[in-house]
Design a protein around this ligand. Sequence first.
Ligand SMILES: Cc1cc2nc3c(=O)[nH]c(=O)nc-3n(C[C@H](O)[C@H](O)[C@H](O)COP(=O)(O)OP(=O)(O)OC[C@H]3O[C@@H](n4cnc5c(N)ncnc54)[C@H](O)[C@@H]3O)c2cc1C
Length: 290
Amino acid sequence: MAGYDVIIVGNGPAGLSAALYTSRANLKTLVIGKDQGALAKAERIENYFGMAEPVSGCELVENTKQQAKSLGAALVTDEIFHISWNQGFVLEGREGTYQAVSVLLATGSSRKKADIKGLAELEGRGVSYCAICDAFFFRGRKVAVLGNEEYAVHELGQLLPVAGSAVLLTNGKELLASAPEGVPVITKKITSVNGEEEVAGVTFEDGSSLELDGLFVALGSAGAVDLARKIGALTDGRSIQTDENMATNVPGLYAAGDCTGGLLQISTAVGEGAKAAMSMIKFVRQQKKG
Ligand SMILES: Cc1cc2nc3c(=O)[nH]c(=O)nc-3n(C[C@H](O)[C@H](O)[C@H](O)COP(=O)(O)OP(=O)(O)OC[C@H]3O[C@@H](n4cnc5c(N)ncnc54)[C@H](O)[C@@H]3O)c2cc1C
């Protein structure tokens, strides 16, 4: 399969730290990041090893990007929406599709969540987090996507050819992407997801309701837990579960940094990134040996 030995999703401390190790081990490495991540807002970092003077988060990330590039890693700006497996990992982004032998999820912690009554209770019973995985179950039926950014539009794109009808629900948020032509957009706040055994619809703040068979959650951009769910990696709903080598339950898939929970600090992310890289190096070399 063409592509990379290693793809790292996330260009924060965890992802970039991993890239330093995989590049120096001569693995063809691609780092994909959509923005600066958590550190964009950190103006003074005083507790990271080796910094006699405070450094800004942006400076730290930019320096490490240069370091990773100079060691041979490729870096691209893109937002990943989906991950699957087809004789190797396949990642779909806004700008393109990427393939790799091994993948590291290092997308930071996801602070977005929709606290809507009934949403968690109906998960797996009409509430889904993966359009590509579950669209088939909603052939000819009424579905909605919950979200207001590109990721939600991507999920709609997967549902439209299959579902009977689809609506975009922004839950009170401004729509930050263009909805596909002909798809109704409802911006009202949702108070509840309704249904006994399965999703039957949603009720809005103004008391009106919308009948639905399925609700696909695609808030913000696809976070680590969303991506993990798409490929069957175990999560506790907020963090990805890994073993002591940063391996998930999916062979070849690793996670590091804030997305694994625990101490949300640069030092932890850098350490986990290094550990994940060592595991990926071993995995890729084993795969290549056949
Ligand atoms: C305001 C603030 C101040 C902080 N100050 C400190 C401090 O002083 N000291 C300290 O140790 N820690 C500090 N932290 C915590 C620290 O920033 C995090 O622990 C650390 O950045 C985690 O690194 P990470 O690589 O796991 O995630 P992040 O740094 O969040 O990086 C995640 C990366 O994933 C990318 N990404 C996310 N989703 C996708 C997607 N779907 N497709 C492609 N890319 C994606 C993002 O673009 C980003 O590059 C601070 C955090 C904040 C918010």
